[in-house]
Design a protein around this ligand. Structure first.
Ligand code: PBG
Length: 321
């Protein structure tokens, strides 16, 4: 008989045997930015997450730094009236996100500021790219220059990482080329490389009002019934110039994280615990069926154990630091 229990007898022995530890530097915290002043508005479908105007966000980030968390991911939330078929509010030079990045980097130069690069929060149809064929199809190649333009504007404002999430083929290359031509070769790219069409994005889409008016995202986001496309997607992003790759969602895709990690041990890999996964834990805790703090800790540890270096999470701060 092997005496496995000897590994677990006391807290000290358990600590000695532990292999996976979470650290504040593992986390990337998403923030939703809105126009206006003095705004910190709760998002009904995403508990303990807020819409922030830039001035209040600047104050909020002070407490984040006190936890030792040094990475944030910004999403812009614009008024429905500013949305149009081409998503022009996304790439104006004084766009909401450009102003937010500029203000944040001025106040916190050492904070790593990442920006989501997509059209879905800015188009009136709610898709991640431009439509063609009388609105029937999201057109890959005509979308690319506009994603590149959004990224250029974010880089100009001082973003450290631009993060294309539209799932258009060639988006990383288009962005890398535009950034290099514009003199932003130091701006890095985190690709949402293996991003699945997921039922767990609902609360986020409420927060950004980015649900497609018609249809869904299954013609560009990955089908979760397939297991073999994730690695080629990741490899393509790396070949196109991504510095960091991502698997999304995370909690329900631990196998995909592990496959990417096993195949590419050296790559910097992020995983996104998405809004619905986060709310699953929060609402189960609110129903009294599990303890929020220990469940959060266990899930985040599992994501890291599967192979993620960085975890994008709404729950990073609330967990324990
Ligand atoms: C934009 C985008 C989405 C999320 C991150 N970037 C929504 C989507 O693809 O529909 C989801 C994040 C979350 O659910 O927390 N393309």
């Amino acid at each position: 008989m092997e005496r496995f229990r000897s590994y677990r007898e006391t807290p000290a022995i358990r600590d000695q045997e532990a292999q996976v530890f979470l650290a504040p530097e593992d986390f990337i915290v998403p923030y939703f930015v809105v126009e206006g002043e003095s705004i910190k508005a709760p998002i009904p479908s995403l508990w303990d997450v807020y819409h922030f105007s830039i001035d209040v966000l600047l104050i909020e980030l002070e407490s984040l730094a006190s936890f030792g968390i040094n990475k944030i991911l910004l999403f812009g939330v614009v008024e429905p009236g500013l949305k149009d078929p081409a998503g022009t509010a996304a790439y104006q030079s004084d766009s909401l996100i450009a102003r937010a990045v500029f203000a944040i980097k001025a106040r916190y130069p050492h904070l790593i500021v990442m920006t989501d690069v997509c059209l879905c929060g800015y188009t009136d149809h709610g898709h991640c790219g431009l439509l063609s064929g009388h609105g029937a199809r999201v057109d890959n190649d005509t979308t690319l220059p506009w994603l590149a333009e959004i990224a250029r504007m974010h880089a100009r404002a001082g973003a450290d990482y631009v993060c294309p999430s539209a799932m258009m083929d060639g988006q990383v290359r288009a962005i890398r080329q535009r950034l290099d031509q514009a003199g932003y070769s130091a701006t890095r790219i985190m690709g949402y490389s293996a991003k699945y069409a997921s039922g767990f994005y609902g609360p986020f889409r409420d927060a950004v009002e980015s649900s497609p008016r018609q249809g869904d995202r299954r013609s560009y986001q990955m089908d979760y019934r397939n297991r073999d496309q994730a690695l080629p997607e990741v490899r393509a992003d790396l070949a196109e110039g991504a510095d960091v790759v991502m698997v999304k969602p995370a909690y329900t895709y631990l196998d995909v994280i592990a496959r990417v990690r096993d195949a590419l041990p050296e790559v910097k890999l992020a995983a996104y615990l998405v809004s619905g996964e986060y709310m699953m834990i929060k609402s189960a805790a609110a129903a009294g069926v599990l303890d929020e703090q220990s469940a959060m800790r266990e899930v985040h540890t599992a994501i890291k154990r599967a192979g993620a270096d960085w975890i994008i999470s709404y729950g990073a701060k609330s967990m324990y630091f």
